[in-house]
Design a protein around this ligand. Structure first.
Ligand SMILES: NC(=O)c1ccc[n+]([C@@H]2O[C@H](COP(=O)([O-])OP(=O)(O)OC[C@H]3O[C@@H](n4cnc5c(N)ncnc54)[C@H](O)[C@@H]3O)[C@@H](O)[C@H]2O)c1
Length: 233
């Protein structure tokens, strides 16, 4: 399987799959993060580019002997009001969060559709549904991702390929910690979660393993909120 993104969520998923006995290749542009996976196949690639995505998929197929599962856990955020959002911020966030999903999903999808089997899992967000202020490009990228997931799911359903997303609320990773560390922010968001706490990366690995399994064969085009009830309120 190919895990794209070796940050907090991608690394936790890769660990969980390795523990379950899967053969894993991890792709990220950050070589320090890849270095944490000594002994595991990896590739340094800019996954906003078609070349980077195709190289990662080729490496997974060659080094693992095939590609049955793709987990996409690549993403960035930049919290500013829409009126202050620069074109380059918009372009960058859409590129990293959405275009990389399209380019990687397409490259992996070609192999999976040919093989007649595959599982693709994408990291969406509660921001795909809720209108968080200062999240214009991020929310747009995640809303777009949900729809991309649904269309790929429909197009590939008859080929044995399922495409789903998990949608977490706040989880402590490099993407969020500096923001959550601002005075009052962690408490504010914790208070919005019916479960009474923020998520952890370990909350996500079970849902991802399930969606990657053979047992989830009839689940496709689904966005699974893993958010302690955040989207209920
Ligand atoms: N952490 C959260 O609270 C949270 C909540 C909802 C959704 N998500 C989503 O989950 C996914 C993973 O988030 P995370 O918390 O692990 O973030 P993270 O910052 O810990 O990891 C993201 C990884 O993406 C990599 N990356 C960024 N741009 C890249 C590029 N062009 N090419 C290759 N790799 C690139 C980074 O190097 C990093 O390792 C993202 O899509 C994020 O939007 C996170």
């Amino acid at each position: 399987m190919l895990v794209a993104g070796a940050g907090g969520i991608g690394a936790a998923c890769a660990e969980a799959f390795l523990q379950a006995g899967a053969r894993v290749l991890i792709a990220d542009q950050n070589t320090e993060r890849l270095a944490a996976f000594a002994g595991t196949a990896s590739i340094a690639a800019d996954l906003t580019t078609t070349d980077g995505c195709e190289q990662a998929v080729r490496a997974a197929r060659t080094e693992l002997g095939g590609l049955d599962v793709l987990v996409h856990a690549v993403g960035i955020n930049h919290r500013v009001p829409v009126l202050d959002t620069l074109d380059e911020d918009w372009d960058r966030i859409l590129d990293v969060n959405l275009s990389s999903a399209f380019r990687l999903g397409r490259a992996a999808g070609r192999i999976m559709v040919d093989a007649g089997y595959g599982r693709q899992i994408y990291c969406s967000s509660v921001s795909s549904l809720l209108a968080h202020p200062d999240h214009g490009p991020y929310a747009a990228s995640k809303g777009g991702l949900n729809q991309l997931v649904r269309v790929m799911a429909r197009e590939w359903a008859a080929s044995g390929v399922t495409v789903n997303a998990i949608a977490p609320g706040y989880v402590e990773t490099a993407l969020t910690t500096a923001y959550l560390d601002r005075p009052g922010v962690r408490e504010h968001y914790t208070g919005m979660v019916p479960a009474g706490r923020l998520g952890t990366v370990d909350d996500l690995t079970g849902p991802v393993l399930y969606l990657a399994s053979r047992q989830s064969a009839f689940v496709t085009g689904h966005v699974l909120y893993v958010d302690g009830g955040r989207t209920l309120v």
